[in-house]
Design a protein around this ligand. Structure first.
Ligand SMILES: [Mn+2]
Length: 393
């Protein structure tokens, strides 16, 4: 058989849309982010169309949970209806499992168009029986999830390739490959594709794109939270019997999530932080940020500048969660010359500089003790002045 005659199939692999995600971290913008997730889903389906994919595979967690708003389900169903030229295969994942009270039994989902196929059973399916006769001979091995957690490998049932079976064999599963650590929920043998003679194993659950020899996670099309790595893509996978899969990664996500903790010692630290957003490679209105600023020292001008920068970023970014912490009480003004001298001496001790003879024996004190003494002194001064002002008022 010539190479040209080998069965080929091009599919778009996506997963973990998590439609209806609560996104509580984004507070007042959470609803906007939910709508944006559906836009990323649309861009994903547009990639399928522009790349000439013969089908779309959603490898689990299309919905964030079974009780998402009716609007969320309606939104997905209407979106699918706009892409009626491409069959869409949907696998239930651990966020949207097939079980009592599942999202799939809801009225909104039941109006999904006929080109959308829910893979609710673990059994071999001839692809042509779902999508018509034009497609290459291929067998599907869907591994739907029926609960939130399990220690069993959902791909364990897939039979080995029978001798003489020259169809493409495609596994579709949701869980964690057991090779990458932390694989406690729905662990999947990392060599399952090779063990079962699959041409490709389409995977969902990990939110970062991960491409292996005969298996891949597309990752979530739009990052879900701070700390996730490698989200924001869809994969176009071309299978040809007897050859390794060809996998192309397409960016479909809009948002960049930035998390920074900065110790601000001078105005140049603020400039460097500003630069993170100016040179970050994403438009400010598509940036979601969490910032923790620590000001070592109570320089009032620096505090004001920091507040100014945060105010500016809050205007420009899609969302900013910011905290400004002032660590020191340097602004304390000592009315007593004696206490001022003591404070200066403690500071000198901290810095390893010469101190008056009277404090000489403190030289042996551990640095933390000296720092704490100075901080206590300043707190006490601040409190004492506050009481005085209250008494005068
Ligand atoms: Mn999952």
């Amino acid at each position: 058989m010539s190479a040209g005659a080998a069965p080929t199939l091009r599919l778009l692999l996506t997963a973990d849309w998590q439609i209806g995600l609560r996104a509580g971290q984004l507070r007042e913008r959470a609803g906007d982010l939910r709508r944006e997730r559906l836009r990323a889903a649309r861009r994903t389906l547009e990639v399928a169309r522009s790349s000439g994919c013969e089908l779309v595979v959603v490898a689990g967690d299309l919905f964030d949970r079974p009780d998402v708003d009716a609007d969320a389900v309606d939104g997905v169903v209407s979106l699918f209806a706009e892409f009626s030229d491409i069959p869409i295969l949907v696998l239930p994942g651990n966020h949207d499992p097939v079980c009592e009270g599942d999202v799939w039994g809801r009225r909104e989902w039941r109006s999904a168009p006929a080109h959308v196929h829910l893979l609710r059973e673990a059994r071999e399916i001839e692809l042509s029986s779902l999508v018509g006769g034009e497609v290459a001979p291929a067998a599907l091995y869907p591994c739907p999830i029926g609960q939130k957690q399990s220690r069993l490998d959902p791909t364990g049932w897939i039979p080995s390739r029978a001798e003489g079976d020259e169809r493409l064999r495609l596994g579709i599963a949701h869980g964690s490959l057991d090779s990458m650590g932390k694989a406690t929920n729905f662990p999947i043998a990392h060599r399952r594709a090779e063990l079962a003679g699959l041409d490709f194993l389409a995977l969902g659950d990990w939110h970062g794109t991960t491409i292996l020899e005969r298996a891949a996670y597309p990752g979530t099309p739009e990052q879900c939270s701070f700390g996730e790595q490698g989200a924001g893509s869809a994969l176009v996978v071309t299978l040809r019997r007897g050859a390794p899969p060809q996998i192309e990664q397409h960016r479909v996500g809009r948002f960049h999530w930035v998390q920074e903790e900065v110790e601000v010692r001078s105005a140049s630290d603020l400039q460097a932080l500003r630069h993170v957003f100016d040179a970050g490679g994403s438009a400010p209105e598509s940036t979601i940020a969490r910032l923790r600023l620590e000001l070592a020292g109570g320089d009032l001008q620096l505090i004001e500048r920091s507040e100014g920068l945060l105010e500016q970023l809050r205007e420009e970014l899609f969302f900013l969660d910011a905290a400004l912490e002032v660590l020191d009480l340097s602004e304390v003004e000592f009315e007593s010359p004696l206490l001022a001298a003591l404070d200066a001496s403690l500071h000198a001790l901290e810095q390893g500089e010469p101190v008056p003879d009277a404090l000489d024996e403190l030289r042996a004190a551990p640095l933390e003790v000296v720092r704490e003494a100075r901080l206590q002194l300043r707190r006490w001064m601040g409190a004492a002045r506050g009481e005085l002002e209250e008494a005068e008022a």
